[in-house]
Design a protein around this ligand. Structure first.
Ligand code: CTP
Length: 425
């Protein structure tokens, strides 16, 4: 990637949708409530969002909530003189940089496919010269019907991008493909549309969360990791265009949209899932892996009344996933990042880990008495390499994740430049 592209990307990650206008068309469907979240995400990223609510859409969300969240007037009626004089369907489409239809109902998709223009939303689409993304949402049977599939194929043929639909339970109580993609996934597609994705074509592996090492069917050895930092890194890598596998220990966090999430419990399972995800260009080991596991796992619960003295639990060492990834020979990731949470001698210990585990970078955070890192939404870290120690001030874990991805992009770019220089010499 060119340097200018890199700078643009860095800018993007801080002001993602600044100076961008998104026209969001909300059609009728239970998923319309998720459009409110999408509005919130676009606004949070600095974008201007204008909304058209169809008659069907207004059955599910009110114009008031849409206008309150978008901080703009909501447009509903093709023939309202007020709407037409202030912002007609032509102007609405011309002033937008991108049009999103979310949710896109089966009926609205059919209208689009057949060039209908009998309401403000469909007339705007027909009059539009702008790129269009649609997020279909409907009952799985409807989605599977030949008629619906033909309509979708026709839209794709005309260059319209579809996001989803996703698999899962639908509001009508059936399971299958048909539910609207999550707002975060649609948002990521918007970001991807506007901005260069410097990690497109790259594969990334992220470990996150704790591991649970069973003692008996009831008890385990575990730790306080929430997985928030690792999940945020997986999402930031995905937003930058990478194909991401997240190997996650027990965490209450939902699977991040657009990412392949493998849920595991033990360190041994984590290693197997990581090995299966190789080769990867980038690996970030953010998991708090238990260093030890009970040597044997009891099949039935250890009973207090049968043990007059507290039982002792013999431990065995777990595989060190980070160190094993570093030794993966030709499959070693080009950029391998470890974490270190330390109570004492932060930089010294981080540097020792860096060389012992042979990784490229350690993200170190100090665990100070009385300060909450595990489970917190915020983190403050040092980036430690052999020669450097860079302190990043306390920030949201999502911000730290995006900054880390910028660093990864920079590192990979420098590597590419070095290879190019060697070839040129
Ligand atoms: N790590 C790993 N597998 C393990 C242990 C640790 O992949 N079995 C990774 C963590 O994900 C983290 C880094 O290694 O990226 C450092 O973890 P940490 O627990 O701090 O390292 P240890 O080697 O266990 O060092 P110590 O317990 O002595 O601090």
């Amino acid at each position: 990637m060119e340097k200018a592209g890199l700078l643009l990307y860095i800018n993007v990650m801080t002001h993602s949708l600044e100076n961008k206008t998104v026209l969001l068309i909300i059609t009728g469907g239970i998923a319309a409530y998720k459009a409110l979240d999408l509005i919130r995400l676009i606004k949070k990223a600095g974008g201007d969002v204008r909304c058209i609510l169809t008659e069907g859409g207004a059955q599910f969300v009110t114009p008031l909530s849409v206008s309150a969240l978008s901080e703009n007037e909501v447009y509903t009626d093709l023939f309202s003189l007020k709407d037409e004089s202030e912002m007609g369907h032509i102007r609405l489409s011309r002033e937008a940089d991108l049009i999103i239809v979310a949710p896109a109902s089966a009926d609205f998709i059919a209208k689009m496919a057949h060039g209908r223009a009998d309401d403000l939303a469909s007339a705007t689409i027909l009059a539009s010269d702008k790129p269009i993304l649609i997020a279909p949402a409907m009952n799985p049977e409807m989605w599977a019907k030949e008629a619906a599939q033909d309509n979708i194929a026709a839209l794709k043929e005309r260059g319209i991008t579809t996001i989803g639909p996703a698999q899962g339970d639908t509001a009508c109580g059936e399971t299958g493909t048909g539910r609207m993609s999550e707002p975060e996934e649609i948002f990521a597609a918007i970001i991807g549309f506007f901005h260069e994705q410097p990690l497109k074509g790259y594969k990334a592996l992220v470990t996150a969360g704790p591991t649970y090492e069973p003692i008996d069917p009831v008890r385990f050895l575990g730790n306080r990791s929430s997985g928030k930092q690792g999940y945020a890194i997986a999402t930031a890598l995905f937003e930058a265009g990478a194909e991401v596998t997240l190997v996650a220990g027990p965490s209450v966090l939902p699977d991040p949209p657009g990412i392949t999430t493998q849920r595991i419990e033990t360190a041994q399972e984590m290693w197997q899932a990581c090995e299966a995800a190789l080769p990867a260009h980038i690996a970030v080991c953010a998991a708090a892996v238990s260093d030890w596991a009970p040597k044997t796992q009891k099949d039935s619960k250890i009973k207090k009344r049968r043990n007059h003295t507290p039982p002792s639990i013999a431990l065995k060492e777990n595989p060190d996933i980070l160190a094993r990834l570093a030794k993966a020979g030709p499959q070693r990731p080009d950029m391998l990042i470890g974490f270190a949470a330390e109570t004492d001698n932060l930089i010294e210990n981080a540097r020792e880990k860096l060389s012992r585990k042979n990784c490229d970078l350690i993200v170190a955070n100090a665990i100070n008495a009385g300060e909450k890192v595990f489970g917190s939404d915020q983190n403050h870290v040092h980036l430690v390499t052999i020669h450097e120690d860079e302190h990043w001030p306390r920030a949201d874990k999502k911000v730290i994740a995006r900054k880390l991805v910028q660093r990864i992009v920079k590192h990979l770019k420098e590597d590419q430049d070095n290879v190019a220089r060697i070839h040129a010499a």
